[in-house]
Design a protein around this ligand. Structure first.
Ligand SMILES: Cc1cc2nc3c(=O)[nH]c(=O)nc-3n(C[C@H](O)[C@H](O)[C@H](O)COP(=O)(O)OP(=O)(O)OC[C@H]3O[C@@H](n4cnc5c(N)ncnc54)[C@H](O)[C@@H]3O)c2cc1C
Length: 164
């Protein structure tokens, strides 16, 4: 697998039949492709929340215990935006967030509220690569790379530390 960083896509190339045959980068390089998968982010479906009259802001607004603006309704996972102590909203799409929020939401339903405040973490297996992330990097203004980013793609791993 090749990872291409700092690259902008200028266009998708198509053959005479109109089928995609490559991806053209802004620097003119063309990557041949028979199939292109585009990842452009997601928007949570707010239909049910709107119908129930729940507070909604990029997701169903919940507190750290999974409670919505309606005392009888809890929510967990990708559909939520969690209100943090500083008033900001945190929207996370990860397995850890969904499972831990689910536990908090269930506890709240049982009348035993238990806040979910754990440090976010994320993992993903991409073919022969394993990506792991601890905590959030937004707001960082310094990056330190341990290991050689380019060499590591072909060999061992690398670590990036984010600082502010
Ligand atoms: C391609 C892809 C790769 C990912 N890779 C990773 C990864 O490597 N690591 C990681 O941590 N996270 C990953 N994620 C994110 C992770 O899958 C989600 O954060 C997690 O599944 C969210 O769980 P959830 O229960 O909130 O939502 P979902 O898993 O989406 O479950 C919601 C369920 O509700 C059902 N549903 C929807 N509407 C209704 C309705 N009206 N009535 C009844 N049922 C309904 C849906 O069919 C679905 O089964 C990935 C996501 C995608 C799409």
């Amino acid at each position: 697998m090749d990872l291409v960083f700092n690259a902008k896509i200028a266009a998708l190339e198509s053959d005479a039949q109109g089928a995609v045959c490559g991806v053209r980068m802004a620097d003119g390089r063309v990557v041949p492709a028979g199939l292109v998968v585009v990842g452009i982010g997601v928007t949570a479906n707010d239909q049910l929340a709107q119908a129930a009259g729940l507070a909604y802001e990029r997701g169903i607004v919940v507190d750290t215990c999974g409670r919505t603006s309606d005392a009888h309704i809890v929510a967990a996972g990708d559909c939520t935006a969690r209100r943090l102590d500083d008033g900001s909203l945190l929207r996370l799409e990860s397995v850890q967030n969904a499972t831990e929020q689910g536990k908090s939401a269930a506890a709240a339903l049982m009348g035993q509220p238990r806040a979910f405040t754990a440090t976010p973490w994320f993992w993903s297996d991409q073919y022969d690569r394993k990506l792991q992330m601890a905590d959030l990097s937004s707001g960082a203004d310094q990056w330190v790379v341990r290991g050689d980013l380019q060499a590591s793609l072909a060999s061992a791993g690398f670590t990036v530390f984010h600082y502010r």
